[in-house]
Ligand binder design. Structure first.
Ligand code: NDP
Length: 244
């Protein structure tokens, strides 16, 4: 039976790779975007041309009303939500001492509170059905901390804590909650880094390269599959051995 997935931040990077892969595996995909309307529309068109069932919805994950509308729209257009991939996120590199209150709040709102909004909104539809899966895209920096990314690391550590606690709470409802902690993945998020910084990050990665968005998507596809039905509350590293 065909399943429905909401993917946040689906127009670019890891979210886009997830959209392509899940659509190709028969999922109906709700493509969420915030600012990348043109990229989202182009992606939706190209998938629809290939015969895949997808729909588009603009929502800021920081806004509960927008998230609730997105979940309602998804149910109306594509059917009950079987899977949520909380992928939307931002990054910022700044010394902790220089962080403004706004920097802090924007980071926590987007990368942690956004996960809360989407997860709670979707769970209200999953709990009565006693089935569903949630996959959160955290980061290895949430596991070990990154210098100059304290607010990012704190938000991602929060996502990991949310994942573990929620998995325990809703396990009895037959809903699995897991997170993927990617290492350095070659997307737009890496654009602000200098050539030297990128070289240093590659050197610290045992596999001596960056990961691809497709490699993260492949892990998400496995976690979403029935083969992963006994996996919940876990943090799966897709990091080339950077954090072991
Ligand atoms: P990109 O910068 O390529 O994409 C970020 C995505 O997040 C965009 O689709 C963007 O949507 C979306 N987004 C940002 N803010 C919001 C918002 N308020 N509401 C809805 N969508 C939003 O980054 P990646 O693909 O690399 O990152 C995806 C996830 O993976 C993030 O959570 C990131 O923290 C995590 N990650 C990435 C790593 C990396 O090395 N690249 C490593 C570890 C984790 P739009 O463009 O439409 O505004």
């Amino acid at each position: 039976m065909k399943k429905t997935v909401i993917i946040t931040g689906a127009a670019r990077g890891i979210g886009r790779a997830c959209t392509e892969l899940f659509a190709a595996h028969g999922y109906r995909v709700l493509i969420n975007y915030h600012r990348s309307g043109a990229a989202a529309a182009e992606l939706a068109n190209s998938l629809q041309e290939r015969g895949y069932r997808v729909a588009l919805f603009q929502a800021d994950v920081c806004s509960r009303p927008q998230v609730d509308q997105m979940v309602e729209y998804c149910q109306a257009e594509l059917g009950p939500v079987d899977l949520l991939i909380n992928n939307a996120g931002i990054a910022q590199s700044r010394l902790f001492i220089d962080l403004s209150v706004e920097d802090w709040e924007t980071m926590i709102q987007t990368n942690l509170t956004g996960v809360f909004h989407c997860t709670q909104s979707v769970l209200r539809t999953m709990l009565p059905r006693q089935q569903g899966k949630i996959i959160n895209i955290a980061s290895m920096w949430g596991q070990v901390g990154a210098s100059c990314e304290v607010h990012y690391s704190a938000a991602k550590a929060g996502v990991i804590g949310l994942t573990k606690a929620l998995a325990k709470e809703i396990g009895p409802a037959n809903i699995q909650v897991n997170c993927i902690a990617p290492g350095i993945i070659d997307t737009d998020m890496m654009v602000p880094f200098t050539i030297d910084e990128k070289a240093a990050l590659k050197e610290q990665t045992p596999l001596e390269r960056f990961g691809t968005a497709e490699e993260v998507a492949a892990c998400a596809l496995f976690l979403a599959s029935e083969a992963a039905n006994f996996i919940t509350g876990q943090v799966i590293g897709v990091n080339g051995g950077f954090v072991v």
